[in-house]
Design a protein around this ligand. Structure first.
Ligand SMILES: [Fe+2]
Length: 218
């Protein structure tokens, strides 16, 4: 176990997360602004505290063949800086499914990698930050997060949530605790999202990626 101060690549990536949450627009929503403030304030505090760091066992999954394309597609977007930082840390990321049994059809189309949280590589029990990568034409089934406030920021590609709207690089999707949501990506290009989860320490530590039927809480 070491500390973050000895890991410049992870510091750059976390500073880019901080920029996203500190300088992104809330679109006039008080609830979204409050979440952005909470994430940026907590992350700023974590960075100042020089938290523990431990390398995770890097892992690739089939969807990773789309990562370079996602990074290339973001090169002229407002999210270019953070996607370059993701690229720099690519070989150190542990891409995983997070399910004991991967939902049928998602094995080649989806994975997530944690950047900060109770499981590392940067340790915190106050916040979880990570990345989600989707292949083109993917639907991530309906789910919610009990006790967790979630935001996704689109880094590359486009996606819709619950047939409500289409979100492009720089857009923030906000899911308050318990809200059911389903993500669908565009037909021809991959989609890379950054996510932040805030909540009580007990909820963050116990959180797992699971799906649920409408009306059921996880
Ligand atoms: Fe979610």
């Amino acid at each position: 176990m070491t500390t973050l101060s000895q890991q410049p690549g992870w510091i750059y990536l976390l500073r880019d997360y901080l920029d996203l949450y500190r300088n992104g627009s809330a679109g006039g929503s008080a609830k979204i602004r409050s979440h952005q403030h909470l994430v940026s304030r907590t992350l700023g505090k974590i960075l100042t505290s020089d938290p523990p760091f431990a390398d995770v066992d890097a892992m690739q999954l089939p969807v990773c063949v789309h990562l370079q394309r996602a990074i290339d597609n973001a090169s002229h977007q407002t999210t270019a800086a953070i996607t370059k930082s993701v690229q720099a840390m690519g070989v150190f990321l542990k891409w995983q499914y997070g399910y004991e049994k991967v939902p049928k059809g998602l094995e080649k189309k989806y994975a997530y990698a944690e950047v900060l949280g109770p499981n590392g590589p940067v340790f915190s029990d106050e916040l979880i930050l990570g990345l989600v990568l989707f292949a083109p034409r993917t639907t991530y089934p309906t789910h919610n997060h009990n006790g967790i406030t979630e935001s996704y920021i689109v880094l590359s590609g486009s996606t819709s949530e619950n047939d409500v709207g289409v979100y492009s690089p720089g857009s923030l999707i906000f899911n308050p605790p318990g809200q059911m949501h389903r993500i669908t990506t565009a037909d021809r290009e991959p989609c890379l999202l950054a996510y932040a989860w805030s909540g009580a320490q007990g909820d963050l530590i116990g959180q797992k990626m699971v799906f649920s039927k409408p009306g059921q809480r996880t």
